[in-house]
Design a protein around this ligand. Structure first.
Ligand SMILES: Cc1cc2nc3c(=O)[nH]c(=O)nc-3n(C[C@H](O)[C@H](O)[C@H](O)COP(=O)(O)O)c2cc1C
Length: 186
């Protein structure tokens, strides 16, 4: 099996991270792969904000958790109340991926870029996880203020976040693949 296929098949979501930071060179490589993802009409409707400052990530996490407390969904309120809950799993790097609200293919462009980052990270032995929470809480006024402080453009909305760092536990196993999802017509 070639290395690219092997890399795709063995990537897993990592939810426990060491404190060690990833190198600037690796971060730049990962961000470059995001920029080279496919995008509708090559409009590249994405914007990436990589945050490696612990206090700034904590400030964002606090705002997110406060927003979760206001949710109509009980499960989110409970998560927001839990002092041990960190939506980014204490990863040392987060890459907030936002889209230009006026783009026709915004979500798809960002999804392709996020997947590129996860695969690039895995190929560099860096753990990663796709995190959805900012898609749900990114428009909360307090969360939005923190996003603006971090440099997420005002006319962009967060689609998802890639968290990056070194896995501190055993590599998780893939869940069994669902059957009946492929149809080949010849
Ligand atoms: C759109 C999307 C949103 C996700 N959001 C989260 C999330 O908020 N938190 C989390 O821990 N994992 C999240 N994940 C990761 C999935 O839980 C994970 O991909 C899935 O369980 C399969 O595991 P694997 O990535 O190890 O193959 C998300 C994945 C996708 C594609």
């Amino acid at each position: 099996m070639n290395e690219v296929i092997q890399n795709i098949l063995t990537r897993r979501s990592i939810r426990t991270y060491k404190e060690d930071q990833i190198s600037d060179a690796d971060l730049n490589t990962i961000l470059e792969t995001a920029q080279f993802a496919p995008s509708g009409m090559s409009k590249q409707s994405w914007h990436f904000t990589a945050v490696q400052n612990k206090e700034k990530i904590e400030k964002l996490v606090s705002a997110i958790k406060e927003a979760m407390l206001k949710s109509s969904i009980e499960q989110y309120r409970k998560m927001g109340e839990n002092p041990n809950f960190n939506p980014f799993y204490n990863a040392p790097t987060i890459v907030i991926t936002a889209y230009d609200k006026n783009s026709l293919t915004k979500e798809s462009d960002c999804a392709a870029a996020l997947q590129d980052m996860l695969l690039a990270a895995h190929s560099l032995n860096i753990g990663s996880c796709w995190i959805h929470i900012l898609a749900l809480t990114g428009n909360d006024p307090n969360v939005r203020n923190v996003l603006t402080e971090l440099g997420v453009p005002e006319d962009y909305s967060v689609y998802g976040t890639a968290v990056l760092g070194y896995n501190s536990k055993e590599e998780p196993k893939a869940t069994p693949r669902k059957e009946g999802t492929i149809n080949i017509v010849k």
